[in-house]
Ligand binder design. Structure first.
Ligand code: M6R
Length: 587
């Protein structure tokens, strides 16, 4: 993870670097730092978020690099904050240098001293070792020694108005206009009249008065600029206290974007690939994995086509049964999740076609996929995914309805048209969960239960809660509790049941009776009004009737709100939960 930036131009670099770094905080906020070029480096570092670096705004210099960190190797301390300096070089790094121990031992054997516990510092040492006056030459030699993933921005005191860049498996873009810039993503440096280029794996660049790009062999190459929407890539909170709450309110509008994907030429190609695929596989992580689980219910229920869903980190190191003709759907909000990218690559190597379902069309995952369908949720800032989940569901459900149609089962696509309006109503009634907050404040553990598609909503509700409230929480199939987990339910334990399936309602209510009998405080999210008055309930939110196959698109909304309000009440920042980052670009 981590975010890196660089600026070289005529203006003072420090405030520009700090501004860009703030936009990259979704990638980590364990520590931050900047270095400005000169005869020596002016370096400032801090623990925690970029705001703690405000003194650095007064550093003088028109060329510099910056970093916001999500700690992998070495504690989140000032000592381990980037940039790392060795001799003539200062380096910021995003990624993981897997062979850093061996490289560090080699440097230490030469008598070099290290100032941090990170994997990244070794890059500065290698640069100092290989440098013979040629900056790109030294960078290429250093990179040839590295295993793992990296996006690197490098300063060298011998070239005080230059930044050198290298990329392998971690994103890096260059912006030209109003100075020359680099960053881990486009929005950090997006501006009107700024041309953006995406550095590809194995490429290098030198930024000075202009940007010069180099291929693997050190040859100068020309690059096509990226088409991007500068205005659309910088969302504001617009009066909301937190992005997460704003993003929940955006769900109804986001669900209206479905026809956009359906109208794309790629959609017709995907429809053909889906219809021809003997079965479907989904790979994803976290919330996107839950979207995949929800899609499985829809694919199997509507078209009786087998769908298997695997956590990407398990898929990539397993020996998945995947072959030519299979369709593998890789779901990812960011399109930069290292495990999902690696799983998609493995599926491709084995002959499958890969469909990327992403929220960031220019992302790495989109770049390697055979087909790309955008979920068009708009930029999501809060680390906890909300609107992107609903948007992923809308797209995956649309695909399920399309496949069902190809199998002669029509009409499901029409049902989806009602969901933007239903979601609007659900956000409004979902506010009712605020009355439940006190019961969750200091719970030793919380359980979310459901059956079928409701179980998926329970899983996602539980992930949201633990992620931003830090309360231990589990999502469970309602019928499975009594096989062990029921032992953990005691007086006052909050249990949230999700119930939208008419067919399974009584079965889920059995679990409600069982936990209530053991002292649990039971809360219900249901589309079946008749169950909302059950005597066992401490609270109920009744969402609009919506059938059960697509119901997670609505039932998850009160659960997202619940997590948000409990996090607030516990004094947490819901947008920036501890230890996490929005984009998980390391494994
Ligand atoms: O960008 P991706 O969708 O690939 O990210 C996957 C997970 O890291 C992500 O969904 C994570 O679980 C969220 N923080 C959950 O809210």
């Amino acid at each position: 993870m981590c975010g890196i930036v660089g600026y070289v131009g005529k203006r003072q670099a420090a405030p520009l670097l700090l501004g860009a770094l703030k936009k990259l905080e979704y990638r980590g906020y364990d520590s931050a730092g900047i270095a400005l070029s000169g005869k020596t480096f002016a370096v400032k570092k801090c623990t925690g978020a970029v705001k703690n670096l405000r003194d650095a705004a007064f550093l003088e210099g028109t060329c510099g690099i910056g970093h916001t960190r999500w700690a992998t190797h070495g504690a989140p301390s000032e000592r381990n904050a980037h940039p790392h300096v060795c001799g003539r070089f200062a380096v910021v790094h995003n990624g993981i240098i897997e062979n850093y121990k061996a490289l560090r031992a080699e440097c230490e054997a030469r008598g070099e001293r290290f100032a941090s516990d990170t994997d990244s510092e070794v890059v500065a040492h290698l640069l100092e070792f290989y440098f013979r006056g040629d900056l790109i030459g030294a960078l290429r030699q250093a990179c040839a020694r590295l295993m793992g993933s990296y996006a690197l921005a490098v300063l060298c005191t011998e070239f005080p108005q230059t930044i050198a860049l290298a990329r392998s498996k971690s994103p890096l873009v260059v912006g030209v206009g109003g100075g020359v810039w680099c960053a881990s993503d486009v929005p950090a440096i997006a501006a009107k009249n700024r041309t953006v280029y995406v550095l590809a794996d194995g490429e290098f660049a030198l930024l000075g008065e202009q940007a010069t790009f180099f291929g693997r062999e050190g040859n100068v190459i020309s690059k096509q600029p990226l088409e991007y929407d500068a205005a659309g890539s910088i969302p504001a909170r617009r009066g909301y206290r937190h992005f997460m709450r704003k993003e929940i309110d955006e769900i109804p509008a986001v669900l209206e974007n479905r026809p956009h994907a359906v109208g794309l030429p790629t959609y017709a190609e995907v429809r053909r690939a889906l219809a021809a695929a003997p079965h479907i596989s989904v790979v994803a992580c976290g919330t996107a994995y839950h979207a995949g689980l929800a899609a499985k219910y829809a694919f199997e229920a509507l078209s009786r086509v087998r769908c298997e869903v695997t956590v990407a980190s398990e898929y990539r190191y397993g020996d998945p049964i995947v072959e030519a003709g299979d369709l593998v759907i890789a779901v990812s909000q960011s399109g930069e999740t290292a495990d999902t990218i690696a799983a998609a690559q493995l599926a491709k190597e084995r002959g499958a076609a890969v469909l990327a379902v992403v929220n960031v069309p220019g992302s790495t995952l989109a770049g390697i996929a055979d087909f790309v369908l955008p979920v068009s949720a708009g930029r999501e800032i809060a680390v906890a995914a909300t609107k992107s989940f609903n948007a992923q569901l809308m797209l995956l459900y649309t695909l399920a309805a399309t496949l069902a149609e190809a199998k002669g089962r029509r009409g499901y696509g029409d049902l989806l048209k009602d969901f933007p309006a239903l979601a609007r109503k659900t956000v409004s009634v979902g506010e009712g969960v605020r009355a439940w907050v006190a019961y969750f404040m200091s719970a030793a553990s919380v359980y979310f239960i459901g059956r079928g598609a409701d179980y998926v909503a329970a899983l996602e509700g539980s992930l949201k809660l633990k992620e931003i409230t830090y309360l231990p929480s589990e999502g469970y199939p309602a019928g499975e509790l009594k096989h062990g987990t029921l032992a953990l339910v005691e007086e006052g334990t909050p249990v949230v049941a999700v119930l939208t399936s008419e067919k399974l309602a009584e079965k889920t209510m059995n679990a409600v009776h069982e936990v209530y009998a053991r002292g649990a405080r039971v809360f219900l999210i249901t589309s079946l009004e008749a169950y909302a008055d059950a005597a066992e309930l401490t609270g109920a939110v009744v969402i609009p009737p919506c059938g059960d196959v697509f119901s997670p698109m609505l039932s998850v909304i009160p659960l997202q709100l619940l997590a948000y309000y409990v996090a607030l009440a516990r004094g947490n920042d819901p947008d920036k939960p501890r230890n996490l980052a929005k984009s998980v670009t390391v494994e």
